[in-house]
Ligand binder design. Structure first.
Ligand SMILES: [Cu+2]
Length: 169
């Protein structure tokens, strides 16, 4: 059931965000916990601001993942995510569902918290991290059958260039 969704995603990324949300919701397991206390002590002093569509289920899954890793997350619903991505300098070819800001960096999509922590620790001269699409098995995109697709998070340069940042088998 995930294969058609996965194929659809790349096509949908340049389409209306409402379609992305629909695909997103379809892949989100029901019963995702709504609240989870952020109790871990970590290098997460900076608030993660997440821009998302109000009806995006997997966006909430990623938010819970970030909170579980110790981040403080503030969610901001937007009816025009394409405009948000353009404002924050996310190339549309790299688009996913939600777009986040933390510590002067942008985060596109279901980037694992460990990569964000490394980013904030190493502080490279870059615009941020991008994980285009919505890879099955990435944080917030967990599959009920346990499937995990390989994916690579890329470092987005200030000039729009991309280079591999972390590979997730
Ligand atoms: Cu998503």
């Amino acid at each position: 059931m995930n294969v058609p969704l996965h194929r659809m995603v790349s096509l949908l990324l340049v389409a209306a965000s409402a379609f992305i949300v629909t695909a997103c919701d379809a892949a989100t397991p029901p019963g995702t916990p709504g609240k989870q206390a952020a109790g871990h002590a970590a290098d997460t002093t900076q608030v993660v601001h997440v821009h998302k569509d109000a009806y995006c289920g997997c966006c909430n899954g990623w938010i819970e993942h970030m909170r579980a890793a110790g981040f403080t997350v503030m969610a901001h619903d937007s009816a025009d995510m394409v405009a948000v991505k353009q404002r924050l300098g996310i190339p549309l070819a790299q688009a996913s569902c939600h777009t986040a800001e933390v510590g002067g960096y942008v985060l596109e999509g279901h980037v694992p918290a460990a990569d964000v922590q490394r980013l904030l620790r190493e502080k490279p001269a870059a615009r941020g991290l991008v994980l285009p699409g919505m890879p099955i098995g990435s944080p917030g995109m967990e599959s009920p059958d346990g499937r995990r697709d390989a994916f690579t998070v890329a470092l987005l340069g200030k000039d729009g260039s991309l280079q591999p940042y972390s590979r997730h088998p």
